[in-house]
Design a protein around this ligand. Sequence first.
Ligand code: C2E
Ligand code: MG
Ligand code: MG
Ligand code: MG
Length: 288
Amino acid sequence: NADAAMYRAKELGRDNVQFYAPELNSKNQEKFLLQEELRNALARGEFVLLYQPQVDLRSGRVFAVEALIRWQHPTLGLISPMKFIPMAEESGLIVPIGDWVLHEACRQNKAWQDAGLPPMMVCVNVSARQFKEPNLISRVVNALKDSGLEAQYLELEVTESLIMQDVDMAVAMMNELQGLGVRISIDDFGTGYSSLSALKTFPVARLKIDKSFINDLATDKNDQAVASAVISLGQKLHLRVIAEGVETDDQVEFLRRNNCDEMQGYHFSKPISAENIAELIDKVRGSG
Ligand code: C2E
Ligand code: MG
Ligand code: MG
Ligand code: MG
């Protein structure tokens, strides 16, 4: 099948002069092959979700997990979403893939609850293309209905740049989602251009400080300024603030000192399988 895709790539490239530039050639071919295979990956069950815990900085409790997709490619191994999500956006495949993520994350969260774990939220990333789909609402309703998960245990993560593409549309959509009882957070906060005056009209529950501001938090004065400004902004707007990409004790220390609410990062746990989440929660519970 890979050979067939390669052959088609060549066929399609026949009249495309650029295609024969040596460098573009191999790059384009690789991309084309992946794009072809991405089309089949869903039907072949090649996607998996990992989950990364989010921890309350005061109580130490895991109150949520973020679902993060991986593509288990039969020959290339595990492929990062950074590589295939942009491709899926481009081709529109993100819509069925995103729908699968939504269903799977809700199903898994309900399964944890049914197994006796304390109820937590599952956070699902939603990309711009998915958000613009007119039937996003009914897709969310269906995922909740099919899984039996209560809406309050689902959160959707959208980015600032997604919202800013069309603020009115985004606010209308977010209001509808909120009406269902689903929560919304703003991912990668600080990297986009959301107007601060617009922010207070957004029906969102949380801001996620982008990890680019967390990396050098222990030493970089500018990052410290941005992080503490986002934390106070959140407090003033009555939004919870979570720091992502937290890896070190120093970073945790800074966040605690500045009254950040929550954290997510390798310091507590990398993204792990659903089974390992159940184990980890049991352990945290056991140790008080
Ligand atoms: P994101 O939503 O901002 O997710 C956080 C990313 O930071 C994840 O990368 C996570 O593994 C990584 N991360 C978490 N803690 C740390 C840390 O302490 N240090 C470092 N260096 N990294 C950390 P991942 O899983 O590779 O996902 C990358 C991006 O792909 C996500 O960024 C999100 O934008 C997108 N993505 C992932 N899953 C989905 C999905 O199901 N649907 C959509 N539309 N996008 C997704
Ligand atoms: Mg996210
Ligand atoms: Mg993020
Ligand atoms: Mg990010």
